[in-house]
Every structure is written in structure tokens, then in C-alpha cells.
Design a protein around this ligand. Sequence first.
Ligand SMILES: Cc1ncc(COP(=O)(O)O)c(C=O)c1O
Length: 381
Amino acid sequence: MKYDFDSIIDRIETRSTKWLKFDDPNILPMWVADMDFQCPPEVTEAIKKRVDQGIFGYTERPAELTSLLQKRLVDKSGWEIDPEWVTWMPGVVVGLNVACRTALSPGDMVMTPSPIYRPFVYASDNMNRGRLNTDLKNVEGRLELDYESIEQLMSEEIKMFFFCNPHNPGGTVFNQEEIKKLVDICEKNQTIICADEIHSDLIFEPGRKHLHLAQTNEYALNNSITLLSPTKTFNMQGLPCGAAIIPNPELRQEFRRNMRGIAAHIGVFAYTAAEAAYKYGEPWYQELMQYLGENRKLLKEEISKIEGLSLYGPEATYLAWIDCSKTGLDDPSDFFINAGVGVHRGEWFGDSQFVRLNFGCPRSRLEEALSRIKKAFSQRN
Ligand SMILES: Cc1ncc(COP(=O)(O)O)c(C=O)c1O
């Protein structure tokens, strides 16, 4: 490997959100979705160069950024976009909130799968819009949409569907047939779909391409807001920069109007990082996926040996959604944390019988976490 994913890097000094979460320094933080790896060195180099200029005033988007995204989407998924469709924002969560403001009037509702990354829930609350949950079905560990329930719950008030693909938590990569079924229901009800596809580069199956919801058909193209970002792929979450891709001109105009003065400027370094990542990050990303794939394999093997725990996939993301419902534990998250493994609490996503474990870390750290988990469960029996 050309790039180093094995080194242990102290992150406390940098005020890392992940590493300051737990007061007890003996707990390994494995919660929020950032990885304990340095980002592509080419990104760091580009930032260093920009630092040397010493002037950090208001900054326009790098001239090539949109065309780099455009090229990436064609290369990775065969999706041909018009650069006009793209609106850059300081992060994808901003996009979730602006989408609620744009697609929903007071009294309207968004349908939101559950469990889900909590900011989806906050977005409709923040904007004083209604929300109706549709529970995902757990099909042998794979979280799937429940189309019957979605159809039943659909009504005139539901003006938007929040789709997360790959889904967080659980890492389901929805296939063409599944996406089409959802699009058909939304078309029948004339519902807009906001598709958060931030994790779409992190699919494990070799050769499998992510299918953007907007690629499905004309309805999906003209009634969707697709949210993407380089920050998860290249591990630079502290440099927020994301894109909303909205082919429909009226919807796009409304979205931009709703962002005005509310969404902050994208930072100088975030722009520099995004451009460098798209331009030079591919070799690093290819090795990252290999490394993560090996971590995932190890995690699955070891978790399967522990009675009561089960883990499906994940088909994408470095976030394992571990089912603890057969352990008999009242609070599985507490159990893991007391064992020294700082998981993300399942209830934050909507299911307290699960924990979410981030395996985007050096192998030795994952091994240490697994040995702590095994020890805690063996001592319990
Ligand atoms: C599905 C999903 N959307 C958005 C985000 C965060 O996006 P951003 O940091 O660009 O606001 C995350 C982070 O974990 C996520 O999992």
C-alpha cells in the first residue's frame, strides 16, 4: 500500500469531536462518522499551499470544482449532470434543512424512514414542518423500505420523502428495483424526493456502482434533490462542503432562495480540500476501500462468534449496525461503553437495541476494540 492507514494518530490535541466525547480516556471512541486516518496527502499539500498565501478573505468556488464533480459522477455511476443543476453548500445537513424549507409549506409533512441519522429528524423540526416515520423492515439484518406501509401512509400532506442511500444506519445499498418502487409511489402521490447520497462512494461490493435516485426516470430527475459531498469519502468532515443537485429549475431556484443568508459561506480550506480530493484523491480512495473491506471482514468474523450479537453487511459505509436484541441487555450501548468501546447509541437513530460501531480506524485499534467486546461478553456469561 502506498498510503498509511495503520499509524495511530493522537487526535485529542486537535479537539476532535470524536475523541473528546467520552470523559474516560480508556474508552476507544468509535461513534461519529469520521475515520482515524489522515486524508489524502494531496489534500493536505493543497491546503498548505493555500495557507502560504496568508489572505483568507471571501472566496469564490474553485473554477474546476463543479466540472470535477460532474466528471466523477459520470465515471462512478454513469450519471450525466448539467453543471447548472449544482448548488454548493457548507455540508449535507444544511441541505436536509433547506430541502424541508423548500419542498414543504407549513402544514406539510416529510416521510422519513426509521431508524435514521438523527439530523433528518431535526430538519423537519427545525423548519416547523411535520414528519411521519415509516419503519424500515429488518429482513435478516438488512434494513429495507416497507412499501406497503409507505403507500398506506402517503397522503396529500406528504410533500417530500427523505431517502438515504446508502442508508445510515445499517449501510443498505438500495438496488434499482427498490429505488424504482419508491419513485413510483412518490410519483403517484406527486411527492418530491430528497436523496442523501453522502455515503455513495463507500460501497463494498467490487464493481457495484451506486445508482443515483435521479437516474431512475423523468419523474425522479425532475422531482428530486440529491445531496452529495466529498467529506465522508476523503475523511475531511471538518472542511464542510457539499452539493445539492437539482435538475428542476423552479425547485432549484426555490432551494437557492431558501439558503440565502442562512447557509454560511463555504470556507477557503473546504473549497481547496474538495477540489484537491476530487482531482487527486482517487488512488488514496481505492486503497481506503481495500483497507476498510479488510476491517469489515475482521469485524464480521469476530462479531459472529459472540452469542446474541448479529451484524448484516454493511453493504456500504464504515459504520456497523450491530443488533443486540438477543443479548437480553437492557442497555446495550452502556454495556459496550463500559467495556471501553465508545459506540454510537442506537436510540439516537431510533432503535435502542442496536449500537453503531465505526470501524474506520487502524486495524490494531479495531482488534483492541474487538478483544474488549469479546472479553466483556465472556465475563458476562
Ligand atoms: C446520511 C448522512 N448525511 C449527512 C451527514 C453529515 O453531513 P455534513 O457533515 O456534510 O453535514 C452524515 C454524517 O454522518 C450522514 O451519515
